[in-house]
Ligand binder design. Structure first.
Ligand SMILES: Nc1nc2c(c(=O)[nH]1)N[C@H]1C(S)=C(S)[C@@H](COP(=O)(O)O)O[C@H]1N2
Ligand SMILES: [Mo]
Length: 343
């Protein structure tokens, strides 16, 4: 946004503020979505940008308040859209900051994160309607002048500084929020499997599987529990980081997938659960994926995927398929699948 053609009149200032908010709200949602689903093998985690964008919106609020006050006149029906938009933006910012500080409780039946995401989606929809009734010229002569660039850069830097100060304060005060992982997730029950939350992506139910009835189909071969146990098991520590914003580090014991099948010449590996829940991984990841039978030295509990589940270090929790019954090498590329599980 190089907006220097808007001279420093109050009109120019108002337009800049409105335009910045119009861009920042979708950006906040996009960075949130990416931060919440991206793996953890990035240089800078996208959650950093999500935090900075949130503070950019907060910084603009005094200017926006002045605009709103000025616009208050005769009552219009479109004011309802504006009021609800304001409520949803405040809800989203409030739950975001509260979560960052360290609160992980619920609001009624919903987790804070669910309210945060729901509020954000509602705000995005209302931003569109608000824009329709209060248009702002999107581009006013694209202008690469130094002044416009400096203004944008200063604003971005200010947002970054506020974000760094906020995170630094959480750290310094030794709050629960200060111990958040770089993905934004809170620690839960590390190295204590009984405290590991049992989580479903959507509506999957915990499966109670009898180990003697269970087998896994690996590329057409049926392997039972004894066959799996006879393969070389290894123990290692890995972090389960769920999109609902908690993480837990555990010691897992299992078989690396390259011990189970040869994906050479194939493009992907598809893993299915007894429930139908499935994920497809690129076959080059075969030595980073594990079929795990134990956590903390004990067999998995039904809630955590007994008899066997996937552990996928560096990938978010929804890739860690539980109650695995099928592992197939496939010639489809890994990205031929719904970006998120559907059950
Ligand atoms: N079959 C199946 N596997 C699943 C899920 C699911 O709903 N069904 N949820 C995933 C999600 S979102 C997470 S965070 C982890 C949670 O694992 P846990 O319940 O052992 O903590 O399992 C993953 N594996
Ligand atoms: Mo999850």
């Amino acid at each position: 946004m190089y907006l220097s053609k808007d001279r420093n009149t109050s009109g120019g200032r108002r337009r800049r503020t409105n335009l910045a908010l119009l861009l920042l709200i979708p950006t906040a949602i996009l960075t949130g979505l990416v931060a919440n689903t991206a793996g953890t093998r990035w240089g800078i985690h996208p959650s950093v940008f999500h935090g900075i964008v949130a503070f950019a919106i907060l910084i603009l609020s005094p200017w926006k308040q002045a605009i709103v006050r000025r616009g208050l006149g005769k009552w219009k029906a479109s004011n309802w859209v504006s009021i609800f938009l304001l409520l949803f933006v405040l809800t989203t910012l409030g739950t975001g900051v509260t979560h960052a500080v360290g609160y992980t409780g619920r609001i009624g039946p919903l987790t804070l994160m669910q309210v945060h995401i729901g509020g954000a989606v509602a705000a995005l929809v209302l931003t569109w309607f608000h824009y329709r009734s209060h248009p702002v010229r999107l581009i006013k002569k694209i202008d690469m002048s130094r002044r416009g660039f400096l203004r944008t850069a200063t604003f971005a830097a200010a947002s970054g500084i506020v974000w760094v100060s906020f995170e630094g304060t959480l750290d310094a005060l030794d709050t629960y929020g200060g111990q958040r992982r770089f993905t934004g997730s809170h620690e839960r029950g590390s190295f204590n499997p009984p405290s590991l939350p049992v989580t479903s992506w959507l509506d999957d139910r915990v499966q109670h599987i009898d180990r003697d009835d269970w087998s896994v189909d690996v590329d057409g071969r049926k392997l039972d529990f004894g066959d799996i146990e006879a393969l070389g098991h290894e123990s290692f520590d890995a972090v389960l980081d769920c999109t609902s914003a908690w993480y837990s580090q555990q010691t897992w014991t299992g078989v690396r997938l390259d011990q189970l099948l040869d994906a050479g010449g194939h493009r992907s590996i598809e893993v299915r659960s007894q429930t139908g829940y499935a994920r497809r991984y690129p076959s080059r990841d075969i030595d980073r994926l594990w079929l795990v039978t134990h956590v903390g030295g004990e067999p998995l509990s039904p809630g955590h995927g007994y008899p066997a589940r996937i552990v996928a270090p560096g990938r978010r929790g929804f890739w860690w398929v539980k109650w695995v019954t099928s592992i197939q090498a496939s010639d489809l590329p890994w990205w031929i699948q719904s970006p998120f599980p559907l059950t």
